[in-house]
Design a protein around this ligand. Structure first.
Ligand code: AMP
Ligand code: ZN
Length: 471
């Protein structure tokens, strides 16, 4: 499989350290609010990546953290604590907020057929891991104590700035306008590993540490949780593009300084979902959630298809019109599949050729739009319905669009509707008209049509036979 690696800025042949097991880590949600559909774009594409790896024959062990402590409103350790902000907003405790929004996150994931990673770890579960890493970083002189906090000293590294295309001035996140500069930092991109001298006196979650009672910084969570479950090396680390800097840059800095060797080989970053007026953000007040899409009558699968139709390394613009188009496309796919009959032989040669095309799309840096095209090609192909259904079932291991289930439901609904509107008298007249037409008795056929019309029944001739409806 070829994957674009943000670390080398190239598409590379993916080669896990251990061919029998791919170790994958994904930054999880900060659970102070609902996930917006932008966040969920990232989780959908990570889900597709994991399922593609499995489809291509790999075993995958995937870990995801839940950020329930330490994430401040600026990624560079300034601003308010996000969890506290959520707790205050809703008059609840931080733990209540964390539980509520963790559950909400996984409920959204379920609606979007995003598989749960094998290991999900709340950041507050791994305090010992962070303390171990921070202690060693201090011992190795990569970290220093200042004003009560422990900071990572970025000047100790030959190469700190991975994942940025900007110059250093652009990256002066710590000194953004309106944000108080942390004067304890020796270098402007130094970051907090452990807070003790918190400006948040009401910080609810605190733990004892060699540097006093406090709590971990956000970046150390992902290094600690990854190492706890996946050991000292990692094949793929994934996240949204905004996580690349400073979060992932800091993860690399602290992990490799701690380990003394390279940590993660491939970095997978999903570009953002934006609205016409800019980036989606949870802190902007009203934002788009899966529940809101449902309230407006959209099937979450239409949103999943919308995401799959574009490449993960392209920004994606959300608009209701774009979502409408995806919803129509989804419905058309389902209707088409609903007409397939499961009888007939599966043509194994044809099926293998279709599977190869689909795998080829995934192999090419996870080209999901090409994978969706491969699905359309199945429907157009001159092969038995049974072969088509087998191919769709196979592709669905990755696409996870509920296509077969939705088609079955549609068939059932249509059959129920047909049964509910059944009328033997009309059926008999329609059959008599068909017989008259067959006998070339067109005058009689027209007479019956008029009779039915007078009864308020419209006749529709289709390639599958004559249908009727009451008008
Ligand atoms: P958060 O809950 O803020 O920690 O973010 C969860 C995930 O969503 C992270 O991987 C972010 O990089 C990602 N993310 C944030 N905003 C967007 C967006 N507009 N589009 C896609 N992914 C995003
Ligand atoms: Zn992370």
């Amino acid at each position: 499989m070829y994957l674009y690696n943000s670390l080398t800025r190239k598409k590379e042949l993916f080669q896990p350290n251990n061919p029998d097991l791919v170790k994958m880590y994904t930054c999880g949600p900060t659970v102070y609010h609902f996930a917006h559909i932008g966040n969920l774009r990232t989780y959908i594409m990570e889900d597709v990546l994991e399922k593609s790896l499995r489809y291509l024959g790999y075993n995958v062990k995937r870990v995801m953290n839940i950020t329930d402590v330490g994430h401040l409103s600026s990624d560079a350790d300034t601003g308010e604590d996000k969890m506290l902000k959520g707790a205050k907003r809703e008059n609840k405790s931080v733990m209540e907020i964390a539980q509520y929004y963790t559950d909400a996150f996984f409920a959204d994931c379920e609606k979007l057929n995003i598989k749960k990673p094998e290991i999900i770890e709340p950041a507050t579960n791994c305090i010992d891991e962070y303390i171990k890493i921070v202690s060693r970083l201090i011992e190795k002189d990569y970290a220093y104590l200042a004003g009560g906090n422990v900071y990572f000293d970025t000047s100790k590294l030959d190469k700190y700035y991975v994942f940025n295309d900007h110059d250093e001035d652009d990256l002066a996140i710590g000194v953004r306008e309106g944000v108080e500069e942390d004067t304890n930092k020796r270098n402007k991109n130094d970051f907090v590993l452990w807070f003790t001298k918190s400006k948040f006196e009401d910080q609810a979650l605190k733990w004892d540490s060699p540097w006093g009672v406090g709590y971990p910084g956000w970046h150390i969570e992902c290094s600690g949780i990854s190492m706890k479950h996946l050991g000292e090396d990692l094949d793929i680390h994934a996240g949204g593009i905004d996580n690349a800097f400073p979060h992932h840059t800091n993860e690399i800095a602290q992990s490799e300084s701690y380990l003394g060797h390279k940590w993660c080989n491939y970095w997978f970053h999903v570009r953002h979902l934006n609205t016409d007026d800019g980036k989606m953000s949870k802190s902007k007040g009203e934002f788009l959630t899966v529940s809101l899409l449902e309230k407006k009558g959209y099937n979450p699968m239409a949103y999943r298809l919308f995401c799959l139709q574009s490449h993960y390394r392209r920004n994606l613009v959300f608009s209701w019109e774009n979502l409408d188009n995806a919803a129509v496309a989804y419905q058309k796919l389902v209707s088409k599949i609903a007409t397939l009959k499961s009888e007939g032989e599966v043509d194994e040669t044809a099926l293998n050729a279709l599977k190869e095309r689909f795998a080829g799309a995934l192999n090419g840096d996870l080209n999901t739009s090409l994978a969706v095209t491969a699905l359309y090609d199945v429907l157009k192909a001159k092969i038995s319905d049974a072969t088509k259904l087998a191919a769709i079932a196979d592709f669905e291991q990755v696409l996870s669009l509920d296509l077969l289930k939705a088609a079955e439901e549609l068939r059932k609904k249509e059959a129920e509707e047909a049964a509910a509107s059944a009328d033997p008298e009309i059926d008999a007249l329609v059959a008599a008209r068909t017989a008259a037409k067959k006998a070339k008795n067109f005058a009689e056929a027209d007479r019956i049509r008029d009779e039915l019309k007078a009864m308020g029944v419209e006749i529709i001739d289709t390639p599958q036979g004559t249908k009727w409806k009451k008008v």
